[in-house]
Design a protein around this ligand. Structure first.
Ligand code: ATP
Length: 595
């Protein structure tokens, strides 16, 4: 889906560029400054041929050396002014466009942080990275510098044409006639180049996706000797990327010589018709020189308008991709008038909950209902794919129910603010994701202001203190990306400490203890029990161990999205065949529980 979207040839590219230009508003000073500087530089450019005309017509042909000297001095002055204003123009325009890129990147990042899980489920990370880096860069290249040049080039075209007419109307008419084919070539060029840009960006996105995926899964790749296959997959997209870029180059390089050819046409007309006019004394040599310079000046902005048009169409494609992301609706948001969830006591109720993933055919949860009192431990059990993870994702509103309701202390989670909801729910997910940084920073992720003592207390409760203390740098140990350098069990205990530090009234654990050995698991369980007793937190745990279901106040048995049975362990043992089956096949006995 992402790919198809990327492939389309940027409908609304113009509108998107226009919208990107709106970001210049914050850099109005720089933009206007660059524009004025460019106008002055162009003015200086236009004045130069007049100096040449003066030197030839008034100086050389009349033997007035002083006029020639003055004209040369004028040319030097013009060159200096032009240099200064060109510098200012370049500098200010770049400041403005860098500012726009800065704002776009921040806006995109903020949007990605807020977008719902349902979006991230489908989006390819590589495509998103490309939008934040390369697409922003394409827009940056045009906005600012490009737009100033477009306006200046248009003014230059008008100014030069005016001066040509002033110099000699007939010659001007003839010379301008040669521009028509140039415009025709540029039009053709535009039509062919802009769809190509869309393809290039989409291919780059796919290339980055393959790269990102195979780096993330490098262990799996090695384990299955998939290096060759991955290289081939990358190679395929890389080849496609190269091919699209080459096509781009072919379009560019086959069109510009034609522009040059037609530009020569103008010179032929000037030399031929101009020479005839001089011969018949209707034009001076100086005027012809000035005329030829202006004609040259006219082609410069025309050709650069061609380049700019290409750049603009490229920026348009990228801007569409950027705004598409910025405009993606965040599905899970605070409702208007949502109020903060008061301090929870920890009662949880699911009332006839139905759920279907966005675009999914099947209902994953079909009328799930249960109630949990504050401080209780709930164990969720079920066949694989029965919807256990999905169910616990609905409590902190990672997704919204399709029908029914999730209530905390009687408040529908959709009626309260997300911040107040999630700050009171502690979650340990299957993938104990850590960030590059110190262990202390990782544990304090949910409460960065926590003191070292608080961090230590959380680590102690999560049975992580011992291994952290054994590290040379202790809590200041820097863990790599995704917690590289720690074992799976260590990572999970850090993740548990992270959840505990926020002192949640409701704790949710998804398979959190599956990556630790039985002894550690027993220790963690004891720590959690102690914690739940002391804080009276409610805990909802996807059960992996017999001890969990035995201690649970309530066991929920899920089967294909329905609650097949619920009750205490002993009751279910006696009444539910499915429960007995799952106990036998899935749960690990607590051989070391007593140890
Ligand atoms: N993000 C998603 N988008 C679409 N469908 C999904 C998504 N996540 C899970 N599913 C589907 O929902 C169903 C339930 O998945 P879920 O992960 O909740 O089951 P589970 O009981 O936790 O399974 P397991 O015990 O194997 O982890 C599965 O059929 C799965 O294919």
């Amino acid at each position: 889906m992402e790919q198809q979207r990327g492939m389309t040839h940027a409908p609304g590219g113009g509108r998107a560029v226009w919208r990107a230009l709106g970001y210049l508003r914050r850099y109005r000073g720089e933009t206007v400054g660059a524009f004025v500087a460019l106008l002055l530089a162009s003015g200086a450019n236009l004045a130069a041929p007049q100096m040449v005309r003066l030197a030839v017509d008034e100086g050389l042909s009349r033997g007035a050396l002083s006029v020639v000297r003055a004209a040369v001095a004028g040319l030097v002055g013009i060159a200096l002014v032009r240099g200064l204003f060109n510098f200012l123009q370049g500098y200010l325009a770049e400041r403005a466009s860098q500012g726009v890129a800065f704002d776009l990147r921040n806006a995109l990042f903020a949007r990605l942080q807020r977008l719902s899980f349902s979006y991230h489920d489908q989006a390819q990370t590589g495509q998103l990275l490309t939008r934040l880096t390369n697409d922003v860069d394409q827009v940056r290249a045009f906005v600012g510098g490009g737009v100033v040049q477009v306006v200046a080039s248009l003014l230059m075209v008008v100014g030069c044409s005016g001066l040509l007419f002033l110099t000699h109307p007939l010659l001007a008419l003839a010379a301008l006639g040669t521009i028509a084919p140039v415009l025709w070539v540029l039009r053709q060029f535009m039509g062919r180049i802009s769809p190509m840009f869309g393809k290039v960006q989409a291919t780059l996105g796919r290339l980055n996706s393959v790269l990102q995926e195979s780096l993330r899964g490098i262990r799996v790749v090695r384990a299955f000797s998939g290096e060759g296959r991955e290289a081939a997959r990358y190679g395929r997209f890389n080849e496609e990327f190269l091919e699209h870029n080459l096509q781009l180059i072919r379009i560019i390089s086959s069109h510009f010589p034609r522009v040059g050819l037609f530009a020569n046409l103008g010179t032929w007309v000037v030399v031929g018709l101009g020479g005839w006019l001089i011969f018949h004394e209707r034009l001076s040599v100086g005027e012809l020189l000035a005329f030829n310079s202006y004609l040259g000046f006219l082609f410069m902005p025309l050709v650069s308008l061609g380049f700019l048009a290409a750049q603009m169409s490229r920026a348009g494609v990228s801007a569409v991709r950027i705004f598409e992301l910025l405009d993606t609706a965040v599905e899970v948001v605070d409702r208007p008038g949502a109020r903060a969830l008061p301090a929870l006591s920890g009662r949880v109720e699911l009332r006839d909950v139905h759920f279907r993933y966005a675009g999914g055919e099947r209902e994953i949860l079909r009328g799930v209902s249960f109630e949990v009192e504050p401080g209780q431990l709930v164990a969720i059990l079920g066949t694989t794919g029965s919807g256990k993870s999905t169910l616990i994702n609905l409590i902190p509103r990672f997704y919204d129910v399709t029908a029914g309701a999730v209530l905390l202390d009687g408040h529908d989670v959709r009626e309260v603010t997300l911040a107040s909801l999630r700050s009171q729910v502690g979650i340990v997910l299957q993938d104990a994701m850590l960030f590059s940084g110190t262990l202390r920073e990782n544990i304090a992720y949910g409460r960065p202001e926590a003191t070292l003592e608080e961090v230590q207390a959380a680590a102690r409760a999560a049975q992580a203190e011992e291994f952290i203390a054994a590290l040379p740098q202790g809590y200041d140990t820097v863990v790599g990306e995704r917690g590289v350098g720690l074992s799976g069990g260590q990572r999970q205990r850090v993740a548990i400490a992270r959840a505990l530090l926020t002192q949640p009234r409701l704790l949710i654990l998804d398979d959190s203890t599956s990556a630790v050995d039985a002894r550690t698991e027993a220790e963690i369980r004891r720590a959690l029990d102690a914690l739940m007793r002391s804080t009276r937190s409610t805990a909802i745990v996807i059960a992996q161990r017999l001890s969990t279901v035995r201690d649970a106040h309530l066991v929920i048995v899920l089967d294909e999205g329905r609650v097949a049975a619920q009750g205490r362990h002993e009751e279910l043992l006696a009444t539910s065949a499915l429960y007995n089956e799952i106990l036998g096949s899935q749960l690990q006995p607590d051989s070391v529980e007593a140890a």
